[in-house]
Write a protein that binds this ligand. Structure first.
Ligand code: ADP
Ligand code: MG
Length: 450
């Protein structure tokens, strides 16, 4: 069925869209459910947002209703013939190339902007915490490549970095549709590069990125430890910079502090303008809630807005999640949006919020517990006395925080997400075999959650 489905999708979507979002998916089918496996969260989000409904409708039609549900998750489909499956994996996305009508003879792949049209300046609420970042972003949208290049936005999770980046991209395009603007998450950049290498298409890959007018790379901390990608990106950066094309980057920290990045990249990242987005103050949080409620066409009473904004402080994505949950619950139960209602609906969310377990916190507690240094915990050291606590800390981070595996890996000295998977598996099996490990784990869990 997936084959039939993809055949149809290929007809309906543009080649670039199809290659970027549909080709990387793997599928398995059971009991009326089609499971799709995305190589990473980024693809998952995009597919979930833009293509899932279409796939579901197609499946239902093509199977006369036998398959009516589609689930998407990050991962790979493990079947009995792993070799064959690996083959399939490496065949993803043979980059298609198109000749441009401009008479240029060199082949440049059709570009996909990946921009989310909902992330604009109109939907971005201004506050003290993001004023400078927003003003600078506006400038760049109106006058790219000159004043601030590269433009670097840093700040914590869910504070609007990605939103601002898309807003710049959307502005650039709205002023001139012919601009080649591309947004890409750095994980995706790395994955695409690896694939290009496997298929001897690195030349096309380079040409593609160097042909752009604006390159927007999100979360560059994910380049940590990926030396080949950094090398490639370094040259791309230089080419774009020289020809005065706009480069925009985001990261969870200040350029110089991104660990696992080559010095020459770090220093270049700081050449233009670097701005931060900070946690919003109460008034801004309320204003954001009101703005999101208006977009959802919902009347949010002020006191409910204040109640939610008081309790959820550090992350706008969570704020939005809370609102969505409230609205869905109110619609479902037909109840009014009151403070009491909000208290009841958001109970567990608020408890988790109050505890505020972070990776930093986990590293600190684990290091103290084992009497080792945090720097050792995130170092490359592999001795048992260091690596075991490290694996435990990674497992705790997976259990107690909402961070993705790549994010956890990055926080532990720029390790790969597969290292985190390995660590959690190891610890979970050791907990059954060695009482000491189980004891340690439980103690740490108690310290962190009480
Ligand atoms: P980051 O990339 O910093 O982790 P995002 O840009 O993904 O954060 O923002 C998370 C969510 O919060 C998005 O849905 C975004 O639209 C919303 N958001 C963040 N800042 C603002 C703001 N100032 N006004 C409106 N929405 C915002
Ligand atoms: Mg982001």
């Amino acid at each position: 069925i997936w084959e039939k489905c993809t055949a149809r999708l290929k007809e309906e979507l543009s080649i670039a869209e199809f290659n970027t979002w549909i080709m990387p998916l793997q599928a398995s089918e059971q009991d009326g459910v089609l499971r799709l496996f995305a190589p990473n969260r980024f693809v998952l989000d995009q597919v979930e947002m833009y293509y899932k409904e279409k796939v579901e409708a197609l499946c239902e039609r093509l199977t006369d209703g036998t398959i009516a549900q589609v689930l998407i998750e990050v991962g790979t489909f493990h079947n009995e013939t792993p070799i064959e499956h690996d083959d399939r994996k490496s065949e993803h996305r043979p980059p298609r190339t198109t000749k441009r009508s401009t008479g240029r003879t060199e082949k440049v792949a059709a570009h996909v902007s990946n921009l989310n049209s909902e992330f604009t300046f109109d939907t971005f609420v201004e506050g003290k915490s993001n004023q400078i970042a927003r003003a600078a972003s506006l400038q760049i949208g109106n006058n790219p490549g000159r004043a601030y290049n590269p433009f670097f936005i840093y700040g914590g999770v869910g504070l609007g970095k990605t939103h601002l980046m898309h807003a710049i991209g959307n502005t650039l395009l709205s002023k001139d549709r012919s601009r080649r603007v591309v947004y890409i998450h750095s994980e995706r950049f790395v994955a695409d590069m690896v694939r290009a290498l496997q298929h001897n298409q690195i030349t096309e890959f380079k040409r593609y990125y160097r042909s752009l007018n604006a390159l927007l790379i999100d979360d560059v901390q994910f380049f940590a430890g990926k030396e080949r990608s950094q090398e490639e990106f370094f040259h791309t950066f230089n080419a774009l910079f020289e020809s005065k094309q706009q480069i925009i980057l985001t990261s969870d920290r200040y350029p110089k502090e991104v660990s696992g990045l080559e010095e020459r990249l770090k220093s270049r990242f700081g050449w233009g303008l670097t701005v931060s987005v900070d946690p919003p103050d109460l008034e801004t949080r309320v204003a954001i809630l009101q703005s999101k409620a208006a977009i959802m066409d919902v009347d949010l009473p002020d006191e409910v807005g204040f109640f939610v904004a008081r309790r959820i402080k550090s992350n706008i994505r969570e704020l939005e999640g809370a609102l969505r949950r409230l609205v869905a619950n109110a619609e479902f139960t037909g109840q009014e949006l009151t403070v009491d209602f909000a208290k009841a609906v958001l109970r567990d969310m608020l408890i988790a919020q109050d505890k505020m377990i972070t990776i930093d916190n986990i590293q600190k507690v684990v290091a103290e517990y084992y009497k080792i240094r945090i720097t050792d915990l995130i170092s490359a050291k592999r001795t048992r006395s260091i690596s075991r606590p490290r694996q435990i800390a990674m497992t705790l981070a997976k259990e107690l925080t909402k961070h993705s595996l790549p994010e956890i890996g990055t926080a532990f000295g720029g390790r790969d997400h597969t290292t985190v998977i390995h660590a959690t598996k190891k610890i979970n099996s050791l907990r059954k075999e060695e009482i000491a490990v189980e004891e340690d784990y439980k103690n740490l869990l108690r310290i962190l959650t009480s």
